[in-house]
Design a protein around this ligand. Structure first.
Ligand code: NAI
Length: 453
């Protein structure tokens, strides 16, 4: 059987590319080995947000007295997980249906590239050979498993979990040790803290949240310390043994007990055993090397999503997939990464886009940095008794353009898109001053901060 396009992987990059290609009348085959929707829908973004929403309701009730509301809330974790499974099932079947509705065929099996043919490339799946004029590699990523003694064994016997297992457990552990204070570690720490676990986060660096702005990281940490989460920063995990996680702190070995351990120290591109070497796809640090049109070094072979190791976010994957399909169709399009928003769905939420103060300075950019408390927002004040949120702008001094926006406050995840638009379109501060924001909203803080520059 012969196709215009064969896509390997049915996550955000793969399924969106399939839909776009199908609508553009490319004869397309999508091969998915596990679940349509990939990590994002099945064991990442969506299940996590479902859990975190339940936690938000419980947290709101727990602090109701501050707002004149008396309530008592407890999280029924098994019920939360059941609802999460329902949401995931609805969404994954919706994705399958819309891919099929665009005229794309789906094969539920592992696809392996076998080599070149005169008309393109051969891919084997479920014992059958398929030929594609073009290929899109969208095989996603896997959790990094470090060679720390006890981790591999722990993953085998269920004591150590990755985010996938953590989203499926039906009982809340009394104590949870999180290895890695990045995005996954913090979102999971947030949920399990609300659900009643005593959480300790061990992070190698001296800040949480990876690349997020330093001020956001500090405020977020303070918020979670108040909620009872313990952070061990600048600490390297050395061993997992006998219900304890051992780590090195200032040259000394310490340990913390945990009923369960979550491993969240990053993800790596999933490139093994899919036959990339059979057609000579070039790699860089374990990921498929792509250019700004999502092309690999092999003609008519594209890659999008986590597998190229660039951004590892579902929304980047969507856009990379569109860029790839547009280029297959001969439409000019290129991928730009300067305005990819990042969100941590904790409570409060953290969101950012563009340069942070640190990244701008590291690039030698001449910038103005403005920090403004969220207390200037009427809506923020109405809804956040004792809140300590801030917004921070990074402005390019030479061009007077907004090149970075970072905020910690609820609704930040929804507001950041507007800031991303300003950064992407290289809007000047004077242009932003002319925009009208709805009142009262937390989004008005962008306007407020711009006028305080
Ligand atoms: P991450 O890269 O965000 O964070 C990993 C953290 O682990 C880093 O802070 C690192 O310093 C630390 N670390 C590494 N080795 C360590 C060690 N041996 N001991 C202690 N700490 C150590 O990776 P994470 O959280 O696993 O997330 C993986 C990917 O999933 C990310 O690329 C992220 O973008 C994506 N993701 C995005 C979400 C969102 O957009 N809201 C939610 C969840 C995941």
């Amino acid at each position: 059987m012969s196709y215009d396009l064969i896509i390997l992987g049915g996550g955000p990059a793969g399924y969106l590319a399939a839909e776009r290609a199908g609508h553009a009348k490319l004869k397309t085959l999508l091969i998915e080995k596990e679940h349509m929707g990939g990590v994002c829908l099945n064991k990442g973004c969506i299940p996590t947000k479902t859990l975190l929403y339940s936690a938000k309701i419980a947290d709101g009730a727990a602090h109701g007295e501050k707002y004149g509301v008396k309530a008592k809330a407890t999280i029924d974790h098994a019920a939360v997980v059941k609802r999460k499974d329902k949401v995931v099932k609805n969404l994954t079947s919706g994705v399958r249906a819309s891919v099929q509705a665009s005229g794309v065929e789906i094969v539920d099996a592992l696809g392996v590239i076998k080599g070149r043919t005169s008309g393109g490339y051969t891919v084997e799946a479920d014992g059958k050979a398929y030929e594609g004029k073009r290929l899109l590699i969208a095989t996603g990523s896997l959790p990094v498993v470090p060679p720390i003694p006890g981790v591999k064994e722990g993953l085998k016997d269920g004591y150590v979990m990755t985010s996938k297992e953590a989203l499926a457990i039906t009982e809340v552990p009394k104590t949870l040790v999180v290895i890695g204070g990045g995005v996954i570690g913090l979102e999971m720490a947030s949920y399990f803290n609300s659900a009643g676990a005593k959480v300790t986060v061990i992070e190698m660096l001296d800040k949480i949240g990876g690349a997020i702005d330093d001020d956001m990281a500090k405020i977020l940490q303070k918020n979670y310390e108040k909620k009872g989460v313990t952070f061990k920063l600048g600490c390297k995990v050395t061993e997992v043994k006998g219900g304890q996680v051992f780590y090195e702190e200032k040259g000394k070995t310490e340990s913390v007990p945990g009923d369960k351990v979550l491993l969240s120290i990053g993800r790596r591109a999933n490139t093994a055993d899919i036959g990339l070497e059979s057609i000579g796809v070039a790699m860089e640090r374990g990921a498929v090397l792509t250019d700004e049109q999502q092309k690999t070094n092999v003609p008519e072979v594209y890659a999008a999503g986590d597998v190229n190791g660039k951004s590892m976010l579902a929304h980047t994957a969507y856009r990379e997939a569109e860029v790839a399909v547009n280029n297959m169709l001969g439409k000019r399009d290129r991928m730009r990464y300067a305005a990819v928003p990042g969100v941590i769905y904790t409570n409060p939420e953290v969101a950012g886009v563009g340069e942070t103060e640190a990244s701008a300075k590291a690039k030698g950019l001449d910038v103005i940095v403005k920090k403004v408390t969220m207390n200037y927002s009427g809506r923020y004040m109405a809804e956040n008794e004792g809140g300590d949120g801030i917004i921070k702008l990074v402005v390019d001094k030479k061009w007077n353009t907004l090149i970075g926006v970072h905020m910690i406050a609820n609704y930040a995840s929804e507001i950041i898109y507007g800031a991303g638009l300003m950064v992407e379109k290289e809007m000047t501060i004077d242009e932003i001053k002319e925009l009208i924001f709805p009142h009262p909203t937390v989004s008005e803080m962008i306007r407020e901060a711009v006028f305080q520059l």
